[in-house]
Design a protein around this ligand. Structure first.
Ligand SMILES: CC(C)(COP(=O)(O)OP(=O)(O)OC[C@H]1O[C@@H](n2cnc3c(N)ncnc32)[C@H](O)[C@@H]1OP(=O)(O)O)[C@@H](O)C(=O)NCCC(=O)NCCS
Length: 377
């Protein structure tokens, strides 16, 4: 059987850092609340587009695999930060890379988009449809954050990372997947203002309001990730003792601890980046994977569990068996242009454009949502 080996990896983190102290200059919040409830101390704010973050991370992953951009036949853009919907974002990454032989696909399952993309691209390689795929996990949440809402504004950050998958006869790659969706809870996380349901009804794109039921998401996230992890390990015939590393979606340190405890995996085996990057949605798992590789924590043949959850509420858990190579074959000289503003300056600029006239928080509801339940029979 053809397998999909992960042969390249690369991250692209925007350099500007937004601290908890920065947030408390314009929100009624403080470092003690944020660190004790979430484990987060800082996050990044991007000065470039999501497509640029994605393209630089992809270029680094392709160089790491020792490949040329023309070898790539599939680009999968996992994320819900799309500068535009038509044309799609993967085509923008393709253009920036110059990967003219690739098919380009966007995949949006919110925070699980990278993991769903990794599962999908692996299946495409296993079926013979693709030979060399790049899966990007990327988010530019700062542009659609409601910076007046402390319930959400403190939680998220920007970032990107990518992996290269190659057809291989060696065993390994994604060896198990469990994907699911707790759709009854889809109302617990909604960004009002994004999407065609709002277009033409006087809503200015960028004037976002987040519906966010944090405690409910917390409970359902732990349940979804725990059940998916149990299932994927059971089906693969492995136990928690066999797992060398757990690389979960990083939404909250307390969620990571609960999922690890439920799965019976000690925290020493869990990769944690939430303290320095916050929740980067689709980018959290690939960024954590790249850091684990750079820190030498991934060994030849390591078995990894990757649980995730996100809006929808989608959830999943993947089992990945690493190959023999844990060092890059090459490096890319692609860099982001330098940032000329601090993270706080960029956020203040977004804030000033977001709420120029003191919007009505009640008014922003798409007619398709207020008249009927979407998808109701
Ligand atoms: C959001 C989350 C951190 C909140 O933590 P929590 O312990 O559940 O806190 P609560 O929601 O019960 O809020 C407690 C209080 O803190 C307040 N609060 C909320 N955000 C605050 C902030 N940034 N600073 C200070 N106080 C804040 C609330 O208003 C509430 O006050 P009240 O009790 O007077 O009403 C937590 O529920 C969580 O991480 N949920 C998962 C959500 C998630 O990650 N979603 C991403 C989807 S991929």
């Amino acid at each position: 059987m053809t397998n999909a080996a992960i042969t390249g990896w690369g991250a692209c983190m925007p350099p500007a850092v937004l601290t908890n102290a920065d947030l408390s200059t314009f929100l009624d919040t403080n470092d003690e609340w944020i660190t004790s409830r979430t484990g987060m101390s800082e996050r990044r704010i991007s000065h470039v587009s999501a497509q640029e973050l994605g393209a630089v991370s992809a270029a680094r992953a392709i160089a790491c695999a020792g490949l040329d951009v023309q070898d790539v036949d599939l680009i999968m853009y996992g994320g819900c930060s799309n500068e535009e919907v038509v044309p799609n974002s993967a085509s923008g990454v393709q253009l920036l890379l110059g990967a003219t032989k690739a098919a380009s696909v966007d995949i949006n399952t919110a925070c699980t988009s990278f993991l769903y993309g990794l599962a999908s691209a692996s299946a495409m390689i296993q079926s013979g449809m693709s030979k060399v795929a790049v899966v990007v996990g990327v988010e530019l949440i700062s542009r659609y954050m409601d910076w007046s809402n402390r319930n959400v504004a403190v939680l998220f950050g920007d970032g990107a990372a990518a992996v290269v998958l190659q057809a291989s006869d060696e065993p390994g790659g994604v060896i198990g997947t469990s994907l699911g969706c707790d759709a009854e809870a889809r109302d617990t996380l909604r960004v009002r203002g994004m999407g065609a349901g709002y277009t033409g009804f006087g809503v200015t794109y960028g004037d976002m309001i987040w519906d966010f039921d944090g405690p409910n998401i917390f409970k359902r996230a732990v349940r979804g990730m725990a059940e998916a992890s149990d299932k994927v390990m059971r089906e693969a015939g492995v136990t928690a003792d066999d797992i060398d590393l757990c690389i979960p979606h990083q939404a909250n340190l307390r969620i990571l601890e609960s999922v690890a405890k439920h799965a019976g995996i000690p925290m020493e085996k869990v990769i944690v980046t939430v303290q320095k990057y916050g929740n980067m949605s689709a980018a959290t798992v690939p960024v954590a994977l790249v850091e684990a590789l750079e820190q030498g924590r991934v060994k030849p043949g390591s078995l990894m569990l990757m649980p995730g959850f996100g809006g929808g509420l989608t959830y999943c858990s993947l089992l990945v068996r690493w190959g023999q190579r844990v060092t890059p074959l090459g490096t890319s000289d692609r860099e982001l242009r330098p940032a000329t503003k601090t993270a706080l300056e960029m956020v203040n600029e977004i804030r000033s454009k977001q709420d120029p006239h003191g919007r009505s928080r009640e008014g922003l509801m798409a007619p398709v949502f207020s008249d009927s339940k979407v998808g109701a029979a």
